[in-house]
Design a protein around this ligand. Structure first.
Ligand code: SF4
Ligand code: SF4
Length: 97
């Protein structure tokens, strides 16, 4: 394929919201409830304010973390990176809008 023909082909593939479904990434966090010591570091680290410490306690007496606003999670993984006990598993899924 010649160079000009290639660029013409590329332009013809230009994304158009009328004929493309836009994909958005959403995240989901699974908390190891029994492993959590309720330090709150993940709550502070989340830029979306998704996480909160539960009023309930786990078997060790700690207020474990949970997703208070799951719809706001972007799957950025900040919470998982800062958790000192690796209690958080982050999943990312593409959703069509
Ligand atoms: S993955 Fe990111 S947005 Fe989702 S809860 Fe963790 S820090 Fe917040
Ligand atoms: S950072 Fe880890 S141990 Fe601390 S509250 Fe969050 S999940 Fe629990």
């Amino acid at each position: 394929m010649g160079r000009n023909i290639f660029f013409q082909w590329l332009k013809s593939r230009k994304c158009n919201s009328k004929n493309y479904n836009m994909a958005k990434v959403r995240g989901a966090v699974v908390v190891d409830k029994e492993g959590c010591k309720g330090c709150g570091v993940c709550v502070e680290a989340c830029p979306q304010g998704v996480l909160e410490l539960n009023k309930e306690v786990n078997s060790r007496g700690y207020h474990y973390s949970y997703m208070k606003s799951p719809e706001a999670c972007t799957g950025c993984s900040n919470c998982g990176v800062v958790c000192p006990d690796t209690c958080l598993t982050i999943y990312r899924v593409k959703v069509l809008e």
